[in-house]
Design a protein around this ligand. Structure first.
Ligand SMILES: [Fe+2]
Length: 467
């Protein structure tokens, strides 16, 4: 299996350290009682390089591995598989890494110089039109068999998707339609974005092209009943800068952050509104009521990238906070910013039934992450956006949590009535477990822990699919 992974790279050590095997556990040991009403599958995905990377390891480019806990009648099984991308298969045949994760083509083996692949499928998952898709924003999605986790190949919406798509599409819970975008579509780095609408059957029924204020990294977006909203943050991308000896990606706060508000009906003619410079990676949710749009995000004062002059942001400015932006008034040009909680947090989620609609509760991973000196989050929290109270579960200094996902107790349960899922890595035993909380009392700790005997390397995002 190649050379051991180096231990001096934090993204290859501790909770991030890749595992070198695939396995199936039919019936896992459960600490506590897994409610019998929980019936469905909890998927996780993240980078898990098959071989020691060439050059500097960038986890965004590590081979995707998907994990699933199937739960039924109080019992749980587990399976993990690498996504069989073209890169994965070629490297497996060669028994070593060939492609560079560093982004520097000189780090790649000459054998694969200039070869385009179908990506690494390591960032997020979506279930749409009866398909489980593994996503990574530089390529089309890869379809995965939901039980066997076998790789079924790239899904291009029956050949309609011209290139890449975001790892964070949004599904309207009422219509089932999926809205998504491609940043730098078709390798176009000039600052355009393509927007797409897929209907409930998975057919691409609408697409448009909008011009951005400047080329920038855009990881996520959000929608409401009537609008699609982008935050174009000044984390800019420039090939000219790279050619002149600078960095391809740089933090340029002087350009400010621009909010783009696009009609959901037309997907065209965005209104662009400048706000102060800040960085948003993930949106919690958004909704519109009356003449106002409410957008909840996790934001930081600066992105963790040098400026064009090489200045590194003060780490304290990298801390992320849940924040509400309200846009109202004539042409929605009155912008108001309000911090929702003093918890440092990331990976915001809501009940998927509330996407685009007013939500009361948000869920986050907290106590750690950028700007805290700790790469991991050590707690999960429920934010009550009505009372503005937060309820926190502290996992402990040696436990790292993943993005919390809410699952309603049953299909018609009230918002907040259900379970919260988070995969937790416990470094004391070098193993992970799936922690299941009563979402209305997470402070009490998990009501059940589904135990693995190995590490589930810390990844990015997950997905719940009811049976
Ligand atoms: Fe993400």
């Amino acid at each position: 299996m190649g050379a051991p992974f180096p231990t001096n790279n934090p993204y290859l050590a501790g909770g991030f350290r890749p595992i070198g095997f695939e396995c199936d556990y039919a019936d896992l040991i459960i600490d506590g009682k897994l409610p019998r009403e929980i019936a469905g599958s909890l998927y996780r995905i993240g980078p898990n390089p098959q071989f020691t990377p060439r050059g500097v390891y960038n986890p965004l480019r590590g081979d995707g591995m998907i994990h699933v806990f199937h739960m039924h009648a109080g019992r749980a099984s587990y399976r993990n598989r690498w996504v069989r991308t073209q890169q994965f298969q070629r490297e497996r045949a060669a028994c070593r890494s060939l492609f560079a994760t560093s982004g520097n083509p000189h780090d790649a083996d000459p054998e694969v110089a200039g070869i385009q692949t179908d990506g690494v499928a390591n960032t997020a998952l979506v279930w749409q039109a009866n398909r489980l898709l593994a996503l990574e924003e530089g390529h089309p999605p890869i379809e995965i068999h939901p039980d066997a986790l076998a790789t079924l190949g790239a899904w291009t919406f029956a050949g309609q998707l011209p290139g890449n798509m975001t790892a964070h599409p949004k599904i309207d819970p009422l219509t089932g339609e999926m809205l998504f975008f491609a940043n730098f579509p078709r390798h176009d780095l000039s600052g355009v974005l393509e927007l797409y609408r897929a209907d409930v059957s998975g057919k691409l029924v609408q697409q448009s092209r909008i011009e951005l204020p400047f080329p920038a990294l855009i990881h996520d977006f959000t929608l409401t009943r009537d609008w699609v909203i982008f935050f174009v943050c000044p984390l800019t991308v420039s090939l000219d800068r790279l050619r002149n000896g600078g960095a391809a990606i740089a933090w340029e706060p002087q350009r400010s952050t621009w909010v783009g508000i696009v009609s959901r009906a037309t997907l065209a003619d965005p209104a662009w509104l400048p706000i102060r410079p800040l960085m948003v990676w993930h949106f919690m949710n958004a909704y519109n009521e009356g003449d106002a749009i409410y957008v909840d995000v996790c934001q930081q004062e600066a992105a963790a990238f040098p400026t064009t002059t090489g200045t590194i942001p003060d780490p304290a400015r990298l801390q992320q906070f849940a924040t509400r932006w309200t846009f109202s008034g004539k042409h929605l040009r009155d912008a108001r910013e309000e911090r929702l909680s003093e918890l440092v947090c990331e990976y915001p989620t809501v009940d998927s039934r509330d996407v685009g609609r007013r939500h009361r509760y948000g869920y986050v991973a907290c106590r750690g992450g950028p700007g805290t000196g700790d790469p991991f989050h050590r707690g999960i929290a429920r934010l009550d956006l009505v009372t503005r109270q937060s309820e926190v579960f502290a996992a402990g200094a040696r436990c790292a949590v993943s993005e919390p996902l809410f699952v309603p107790r049953h299909a018609s349960a009230e918002e907040g009535d259900g379970y919260l899922f988070s995969v937790v890595f416990d470094e004391r035993c070098n193993a992970s477990h799936l922690a299941i909380f009563d979402a209305q009392n997470i402070r009490r700790g998990p009501i059940a822990r589904v135990l693995l005997d190995h590490r589930l390397p810390m990844g990015f995002h997950g997905l719940w699919k009811s049976r």
